[in-house]
Design a binder for this molecule. Structure first.
Ligand SMILES: Cc1ncc(COP(=O)(O)O)c(C=O)c1O
Length: 402
């Protein structure tokens, strides 16, 4: 590959294709009747969205901005899954009328369904409801994202979900046709997905629902050999679902984000300088902690090195701190102990990096890094040029002082 100016993200098509096939094969072999969705918020790089569209993926969106983006990129309305607690009424209506998938999450959406039902008496509306259930109680071993549990969807335990289904059932042309069970946990175990699939069965049985689809959401592990993958998740999910549902009637939807792309993405950076300060070595690099972990909470970043020269003649350093390019003291990525001394020109390549942060990247001091795609045939494609002030100055206005 020709020498590219660092820092940049790289997407390896071969690895992306591997995880796409793993997902599709797991859904096809375990259920057959499926929709593969992609969580646009995870990484909304236009190149990636277009690539996934061409692979038959539906776009899972959670905002009007995302809806507009995927529509501009050519996703048809019926290939859009509209989720999230903050929806726009016009888009809500548009997706439903186009035959797309809408998973209701908030109370005001039930009002909108009543209005739509009256406005279009001759149309049939099939909608889903996002389920909020007590995962901590179902899986006491699971590490939750927050102690209080999830905040999305309608609560099963206190009857709010039942009341929402009840309200929809009063509308002659509206059906509760789907359940959406996305939930985020830290531990992402197969058991939690099995418990959620079991919950779909329990809810459908309890409320007599005949469902067009069960949407298991995203949140899976992917791209890590030490963790479960799609084969493990969908084997267990489908085992549970088949207690009540059949593939003939009910579609299984998955909407992964990071698990689909993390194996394929790396972030490549260079060592610029080595500073010796009171016995410590600070390795100054051209990318920042904010490129990889915008909330600057982590000090572990899987990576590998590409050295510019023979390391057999280099010293071993007791302690080297790899630091970022921003002028902030906190911009220190990780410490290397008792290892080869780094030199300017060496490359530090962060593995499985950029799934979220290719787009979830603060415009702080420097702007979005470039993104390249390494195609399976060996060619390189520029998917995004590094942002400059050409982009930053767009739609900014200054006042002339007279
Ligand atoms: C509703 C929904 N679906 C899918 C995803 C994708 O999750 P991940 O990127 O962890 O696979 C998310 C992420 O939070 C989500 O909220």
């Amino acid at each position: 590959m020709k020498q590219l100016k660092t820092p940049f993200f790289l997407i390896k098509e071969k690895d992306l294709q591997y995880d796409i096939s793993l997902l599709k094969d797991s859904l096809a072999q375990n259920w057959g009747n499926y929709i593969a969705g992609y969580s646009v918020k995870t990484n909304s790089l236009p190149w990636l969205l277009n690539y996934l569209k061409n692979q038959g993926f539906y776009a899972e969106v959670v905002s009007g901005t995302e809806y507009d983006l995927v529509s501009r990129l050519g996703f048809p309305g019926k290939h859009i899954i509209y989720n999230g607690p903050i929806k726009e009424k016009k888009i809500f209506e548009r997706v439903l009328l186009a035959g797309g998938y809408v998973n209701l999450d908030s109370n005001y959406e039930l009002d909108w369904m009543e209005e739509l039902s009256a406005l279009y008496p001759n149309r049939h509306f099939h909608v889903g409801l996002r389920v909020n259930c007590d995962i901590g109680a179902l899986c006491p071993e699971e590490e939750l994202v927050s102690e209080e549990g999830g905040r999305f969807g309608y609560c099963y335990e206190n009857g709010v979900l039942k009341a929402a289904i009840g309200r929809l059932s009063l509308l002659p042309n509206v059906w509760t046709a789907g359940l959406h069970l996305h939930s985020s946990t830290q531990s992402r175990t197969v058991q939690v997905y099995a418990a959620l699939a079991k919950m779909a069965v329990q809810i459908a049985r309890e409320y007599g629902l005949s469902l067009d689809y069960v949407d298991m959401g995203g949140g899976y592990f992917g791209g890590r050999d030490d963790k479960p993958d799609y084969r493990d998740y969908f084997r267990e999910i489908c085992k549970e679902l088949s207690a009540y549902f059949t593939p003939e009637k009910t579609i299984l939807i998955a909407e992964p984000g990071v698990s689909l792309i993390s194996r394929a993405t790396t972030f490549e950076t260079s060592v610029i300088d080595i500073k010796d300060i009171r016995g410590r070595k600070f390795v100054v690099t051209d990318a920042s902690r904010t490129n990889l972990n915008p909330l600057v909470t982590r000090h572990v970043y899987p990576h590998h090195m590409e050295y510019i020269s023979d390391i057999s003649v280099r010293n071993i350093e007791a302690c080297q701190w790899v630091c970022g390019a921003t002028c902030m003291e906190y911009d220190k990525l990780f410490e290397i102990q008792n290892d080869t001394a780094l030199l300017p020109g060496d490359k530090i390549i962060y593995d499985t990096a950029g799934g979220y942060t290719m787009c979830l990247n603060p415009l702080f001091i420097n702007y979005f890094p470039a993104v390249y795609v390494a195609h399976t045939d060996g060619t390189l494609f520029t998917a995004r040029e590094a942002w400059s002030n050409d982009e930053f100055l767009q739609k900014n206005y200054v006042e002339e002082i007279s």
